[in-house]
Write a protein that binds this ligand. Sequence first.
Ligand SMILES: Cc1cc2nc3c(=O)[nH]c(=O)nc-3n(C[C@H](O)[C@H](O)[C@H](O)COP(=O)(O)OP(=O)(O)OC[C@H]3O[C@@H](n4cnc5c(N)ncnc54)[C@H](O)[C@@H]3O)c2cc1C
Length: 543
Amino acid sequence: MTSHECDILCIGGGLGGLAAALRAADAGLEALIVEKSPLIGGVAAYSGGVVWVGNNHLQRQAGIDDSAHETSDYLRWVARDAGPFDADLLETFIRRAPEAVEHFARLGVAFASTGLGDQYHPDAPGSKASGRILEVTAARGTLGPWRNRFRSSPHFRLLGLTHDEVRRAGGDLVAGDVLADLHRQRREADLLTWGPGLSAGFAGAALVRRGVPILLKARCVELIHRAGRIGGAVVETAGTRIEVRARRGVLIATGSYGNAPWAAELEGLPEIFEASPPVLDGDAFALVEPTGAARARAGQAFTIFGYESPTERHPGTNIPLHRELSRALGLPHSIVVNSAGRRFGDESFYGFLLRAVKQRDEATGRFPNHPCYLIGDNRYRTRYRLGDGEEWPANLVQAPNLADLAAVLGIDAAGLIDQVAAFNDAAEEGNDPAFGRGTLPYSRRRAGDPNQSPNPNLGSLRAPPFWGLPLKLLGTGIYSTGLLINSDAQVLTEDRRPIDGLYATGNAAAYTEQPGYVGGLANARAITYAYLAAGHAASRASC
Ligand SMILES: Cc1cc2nc3c(=O)[nH]c(=O)nc-3n(C[C@H](O)[C@H](O)[C@H](O)COP(=O)(O)OP(=O)(O)OC[C@H]3O[C@@H](n4cnc5c(N)ncnc54)[C@H](O)[C@@H]3O)c2cc1C
């Protein structure tokens, strides 16, 4: 076995691992990143890349009023029905996240405001109409020699434009057309935005500007205990085992477990397919097993709807890609039904629909709204596209009438025909008495067709041929269970004692500070706990 030495070993070359290595290197420590896949960037490089930080320095610079107090009001409001939360860790996050973002901005990560507001809960106490949601862009050259080892995202057709530009152009339904020339120029210029921009911003600052070493195709398989603390790890790479001695600590930034065969059962879901790259095997749990580290459960999996692409693969693999569909479900001339042919929620707000799909009948143990199907008519097909992948996937079923469509999809035909008849007349008048589709401002703006009147989310299904697509539940790397950490991102035992030398960040760490969902929080906490872990490791004596 060969050996390496460093001050801090960051396990995982995603957002958390890159951010911790960057702060450590800036503090004069020797950092080493090990990444099990051949590519840098992690799930963050596939992501929308937004980072939610209340009371941040860019708000101050722009004269936007915000405070730790209002940020706390908002996050506590979001957490209120989602389960118990660790108030101390929440206050740490609120205080330290703005400091972390400002620090990384000084180290060269180009944070900017998206101009987006707290759109999920605009009326919640402490919410802000703009300023808290940040993004990062990375110009050509940022990644230097690492460019061809960087994970590219198959998601998001508008990559190359910033969130701010898409917002100003009127949203993602129209921005592709309005900004077509700019979009093409940006792709040619290799400007990285959204998730790729975020990961590249950190990778460029750490790997290129500070020369932090990273080993690719290097999987950490075991932690090493030395003199009563975690003092390193064993890494498998190219058929050999390397022992890495880490003088000040080891950071677990390995993400979560959506690709693990046990994920759906742990979450109490009928199924899970990942929208993330196929790297989320739950390695954090196996690594800490001998250390006595506690697992904590907080909140629940954040899933979205999608479908399995019949033709596309995760870049560089043969693994089928799952495409996200949330927006497409709220467009007119479509509905979502279960196998009885019945609707079960407001399709224009996927959160409501998901809640209904996840509901299990306690008596039978079955999920009455799973499987489920997106059904549409020909007007939908001629006016819209399904998502960011192939325009109309080959597994989309088409039929001249609803009865034939139901037969091919395995849906109850009488139920579907009844349901469409019950939906159509009111939909043409802009109403959905059953579920109020198209009544939320968020749904109308985000998932509606601005040219559809009187309701941007509603239109009847009368124009054959009809079509249908089985929907899948997709994970986004965010799950209910992770390692328990304290305010220094140290991993804790069941009795809340820190395990000396062991840290965790990102989705490997349980969401104990915030069990509710806030878009952009996953990336913000990956960055913040990485910052805290590296800061703590830098302040301790080396062994
Ligand atoms: C489509 C999509 C959109 C999203 N959009 C957003 C968004 O806009 N905002 C937001 O906040 N969140 C978003 N998320 C979620 C967010 O991106 C992730 O939660 C975040 O990137 C997690 O970062 P992380 O540091 O925990 O690890 P990850 O980025 O998941 O990286 C973990 C890395 O560790 C490596 N690894 C795992 N095990 C080992 C091992 N044993 N040895 C070595 N390496 C290992 C993996 O290969 C991977 O590269 C989105 C997710 C998806 C899928």
